[in-house]
Design a protein around this ligand. Structure first.
Ligand SMILES: Nc1ncnc2c1ncn2[C@@H]1O[C@H](COP(=O)(O)OP(=O)(O)OP(=O)(O)O)[C@@H](O)[C@H]1O
Length: 312
């Protein structure tokens, strides 16, 4: 076990930011902590790192009790916080070298590590740039390079892709997977379900200060009853026809909004075929028709009754 958190409670005055938060991160995983803004992700990370005092709970990292002075544990952790924290007076190379020097005193060894981090973050052509000359996405990449240059066993990234351009976002996501393949265990927080879906080996969904469900992508999606969501453009469809589709076997919900009909089906085969046949058999003209499998948003919606997207 790399991180084990049990019954963590953190209050800010009257506000309960973490309400018996439990989490386990196993060696070799990329664990995605997915939750809307304000659900407590950053607070959880700050508590895990002993940067924040908490009211109750147990936190172990690498099977040892975490504390503000547990430098042996901290040595093996790389942190990439939400806010970019680099020195404006230092170049890209100097910044990475500085952060790496906190862990690796040997200059020659460090030189290699800094070069690797620069290559990893795709910052080669910017090595002599000062931070204020970098775009937002490149700054984030520098922030990550500073956090991982010393090759920590555990890398914690708090929403590293917020407000970055698509190219940097891809670079960051691919980089995280690469780090993991090289042996690092990753804790990754995000409110972007697509990212978590894409890169995480396991996902813990958070809401209001606690983990409400966790598992692999497939486990979470198979926990809910939704089989697929079929969307079809049906200009001028009659009320009878909508009712007819609603009465088809295996259909759980039908909603007509303007010309668009959304049909939610339970798990089962050929739901799309059944809807299609109904439209054809009843001579109902239709346009675009497509089917989607459940997303993590559907999981969140089923458990909490609200959209993950609404909170973003
Ligand atoms: N220093 C603080 N003082 C008072 N309340 C705080 C403080 N920091 C966070 N909070 C509150 O605690 C709750 C959890 O915040 P936190 O930042 O941990 O959530 P989050 O999931 O990381 O969201 P975000 O992605 O917006 O940072 C929120 O309601 C937030 O307003």
């Amino acid at each position: 076990m790399v991180i084990k958190v049990e019954n963590l409670v953190k209050r800010y005055g009257e506000l309960i930011a973490l309400d018996h938060f439990n989490m386990e991160l196993r060696e070799g995983e990329i664990l995605g902590l997915l939750g809307p803004n304000g659900s407590g992700k950053t607070t959880a990370i700050n508590c895990i790192l002993s940067l924040l005092k908490y009211d109750k709970g147990e936190i172990q990292v690498f099977d040892k009790k975490m504390s503000p002075v547990a430098y042996d544990i901290k040595q093996d952790i790389g942190i990439v916080m939400q806010n970019v924290a680099v020195f404006n007076e230092l170049t890209v190379y100097e910044n990475i070298d500085y952060f790496c020097s906190l862990y690796v005193p040997d200059k020659k060894k460090r030189q290699e590590m800094v070069e690797e981090a620069i290559a990893f973050a795709g910052l080669g052509e910017f090595r002599k740039f000062y931070p204020h000359k970098l775009s937002g996405g490149l700054l984030r990449r520098l922030n990550i390079a500073c956090g991982i240059a010393h090759k920590p066993k555990l890398v914690i990234l708090d929403e590293p892709t917020v407000a970055v351009d698509p190219q940097s976002r891809n670079n960051i996501l691919e980089g995280i997977v690469k780090l993991n393949k090289q042996g690092a265990t990753i804790l990754y927080t995000s409110h972007y379900m697509e990212e978590v879906d894409q890169i995480c080996t396991r996902i813990a969904i958070m809401d209001r200060g606690k983990v409400i469900s966790s598992g692999t992508n497939e486990e979470l999606k198979s926990m809910i009853g939704l089989g697929e969501k079929i969307t079809v453009d049906v200009p001028g469809i009659s009320r009878e026809a909508v009712e007819g589709i609603r009465a088809l076997p295996n259909i759980s919900k039908v909603e007509l909004s303007g010309n668009t009909l959304v049909v939610k089906s339970k798990k089962g085969r050929n739901n799309l075929g059944a809807v299609l046949h109904y439209l054809e058999d009843h001579n109902i003209a239709f346009g675009k028709l497509y089917s989607e499998l459940p997303t993590l948003n559907d999981v969140f919606l089923e458990i909490t009754g609200k959209e993950l997207r609404d909170n973003v």
